[in-house]
Design a protein around this ligand. Structure first.
Ligand SMILES: [Zn+2]
Length: 363
């Protein structure tokens, strides 16, 4: 969420002198944490790159030097005691500063690029760019039948906004009208929305009425899940796996101090991000095994490999898979986000592989 507490901010920040010291210095963000909270080794680089990619999307320079963003990752207790955020939320972004009970949380970084204003459009763009996080399954529903855009659109405050619906609608507007047009409209969306006021902005900025936009969205895009409409800025621009399209295998260490380990999402989830180009549509066998083997101890139960097809709502059916040991999947050709998932508390080695199943079609 964003908070609109500007008049109170000076007073509040004056009271925030017990916020933890900043202990991580990134290129674009400085991070302070409550005592005992430890980022995975690749988290600062992840946040820096996310900020660079968001800045590129919005056509602005990422903040550097004294203008860098500030990110406080706090325990629930510190969050309540030390931040100006409302008690009922778990994170908020106020004037170049994120206060959060989780890190990383790219959703909040998106808010720092967006002017304060409409809750629906502010949350919508944050959800459209927030990424897939650390969970094996997307935390937002993959099966969507209907979205009631109107009730969220007309909600005056963030708690009336259904975030996934706002994200889906904003992603549609970005695809339909382009990022510059959406950016131009963003500061004009009213803080207190009414149909008439929203309609005026839509007609002036997009050249189409609000009702026609909602109708087109309902007809073409309302079933598109977050997995597909999310921009996946990090997931789909990760280092590419070099392979021949037939077989790839890797044996590596998984631990929070590995330089490319990102997390701990939601306190415990570690991910390694890669991309995979699948040159030929077909069946593939995916395998992942921990050393010691998965199942040997509960601590390895979180080990998994997931694949999510890159691209958006118009690139065919969204494809997402996860395996905890072995699985056979049918993949359309294209780019995929490949993620290795583990608990940030483990220190282990893992072997994973992908193998194309020979084409058995009779000729
Ligand atoms: Zn938000």
């Amino acid at each position: 969420m964003t908070a609109r507490l500007l008049p109170l901010l000076a007073l509040v920040l004056a009271a925030c002198d017990t916020l933890p010291e900043l202990r991580h210095e990134g290129r674009h963000v400085r991070i302070g944490t409550s005592p005992g909270l430890e980022l995975c080794a690749g988290a600062v680089e992840h946040m820096d790159r996310f900020i660079e990619r968001m800045a590129a999307e919005f056509g602005v320079e990422p903040p550097t030097g004294d203008a860098r963003f500030t990110y406080y990752w706090l325990t629930r207790e510190d969050f309540i005691d030390l931040t100006p955020c409302p008690r009922e939320v778990s994170a908020c972004a106020i004037i170049e500063t994120v206060f959060s009970t989780e890190a990383p949380l790219d959703h909040e970084l998106v808010h720092l690029f967006v002017p304060d204003g409409s809750s629906f459009f502010g949350e919508g763009i944050a959800v459209a760019y927030e990424g897939l996080g650390g969970a094996v399954e997307d935390t937002r529903s993959a099966e969507v039948k209907r979205r009631d855009i109107w009730s969220s659109l007309l909600a005056p405050l963030w708690f009336g906004v259904r975030y996934d619906d706002a994200g889906a609608f904003v992603a549609y507007l970005l695809d339909r009208h382009g990022i510059p047009a959406f950016q131009a409209a963003l500061p004009k969306f009213p803080f207190v929305p009414t149909r008439a006021r929203l309609d005026r902005v839509f007609r002036e900025e997009f050249g189409v009425s609000l009702a026609a936009s909602v109708a087109e969205f309902a007809g073409a895009r309302e079933r598109c899940p977050h997995l597909a409409y999310d921009r996946k800025l990090m997931e789909c621009n990760a280092p590419a796996i070099a392979w021949d399209g037939e077989h790839h295998a890797e044996y590596r260490r998984l631990a929070a101090d590995e330089p490319d380990a990102v997390g701990p999402y939601r306190g415990d989830e570690l991910v390694i991000l890669r991309t995979l180009e699948v040159p030929t549509a077909g069946d593939y066998v995916l395998e992942i095994v921990g050393d010691p083997p998965v199942g040997g101890s509960n601590i390895f139960a979180d080990l998994a490999l997931s694949l999510v097809r890159c691209g958006g709502c118009d690139d065919g059916e969204p494809v997402g898979f996860a395996v905890e040991s072995e699985g056979r999947v049918t993949l359309p050709a294209g780019r995929y986000s490949l993620r290795l998932h583990a608990s940030a508390r483990i220190d282990t080695r893992v072997a994973y592989s992908l193998t194309r199943v020979a084409d058995t079609t009779p000729r």
